[in-house]
Design a protein around this ligand. Structure first.
Ligand code: FPP
Length: 255
């Protein structure tokens, strides 16, 4: 079994790093159920995995890490579970703020955080403001996020600006569209990791993941650690990305 350091060295010597990694953190509930524990305990251990992965990403110089923390559909879960997740988010951000600052991590969010309680929203906004000048890893929490909603909002806002004469119809291209998304300013993810074996995108970054490499592992999120994270990156480094083109032909002499 390779150690964390061996995997880290392999990544750094092997090739290009993914610039932006997005993760669908799934399986907290199943992890808890397997142990006869309440689902909320699964989320608590899920936070431990978040910390390991954030640290591991920062250590190898990943620039952007987006975590699917809470989808708009997650509000439909039992009230007790929703408030447990929200409390974990609040407590973790508050407790880890100094560590984020010490490690030069910039915290941002994607999604509508206005729906969060005033106390939680205030604390998140403070953490975002305090880390705004950090230049290391950008940690993006997708919170109260829906890919379809984000696209619909973009379409509406584009229509409003078009009606105002801000641009012509032919100016609406991929770049302009992306600039109306909540992820404006972030590069598209290069690698999307999903834990717990489900083969779904679950309304996550629908526009942004068009050419993202997917890595799906059966490991449940609370068991996902530095080694699992580094293995996903090594797998990514072995992929050939063609973006819809054919394999690049080897250059022959004289061309
Ligand atoms: C998915 O597992 C997990 C979530 C919807 C919540 C993820 C949230 C955390 C790990 C806490 C967030 C904290 C920070 C600081 C980012 P699931 O409940 O859907 O699992 P299941 O599919 O096995 O039921």
């Amino acid at each position: 079994m390779s150690s964390i350091n061996t995997l880290k060295k392999q990544i750094l010597s092997q090739g290009e790093l993914p610039n932006h990694i997005a993760i669908i953190m799934d399986g907290n509930g199943r992890w808890a159920k397997k142990r006869g524990l309440p689902r909320t305990v699964g989320h608590k251990y899920g936070v431990k995995a978040v910390k390991k992965v954030v640290r591991a990403a920062g250590e190898i110089g990943i620039k952007y890490l987006t975590l699917y923390t809470f989808s708009t559909e997650n509000w439909k879960r039992p009230k007790k579970e929703v408030s447990a997740i929200m409390n974990l988010l609040y407590e973790t951000t508050r407790r880890e703020l100094n560590e984020l600052l010490e490690n030069n991590v910039r915290l941002i969010t994607t999604g509508d955080i206005e729906a969060l309680s005033p106390r939680r929203r205030k604390m998140l906004k403070e953490a975002i403001a305090l880390t705004a000048n950090d230049t290391g890893l950008t940690l993006n929490l997708a919170l109260n996020y829906s890919g379809r909603f984000e696209i619909l909002q973009a379409v509406k806002n584009i229509a409003v600006d078009y009606a105002k004469g801000a641009f012509k119809i032919d100016d609406i291209d991929g770049e302009l569209f992306s600039s109306y998304l909540q992820t404006n300013g972030l590069p598209d993810p290069d690698l999307l990791i999903r834990t717990s074996g489900e083969m779904r995108i679950s309304n996550f970054l629908l526009w942004q993941t068009s050419y993202t490499e997917m890595y799906i592992t059966d490991v449940l999120w609370p068991d996902f650690d530095e080694k699992e994270f580094y293995r996903a990156i090594i797998d990514f480094q072995g992929r050939e990305r063609r973006f819809g083109r054919v394999k690049r032909a080897k250059k022959s002499k004289g061309t």
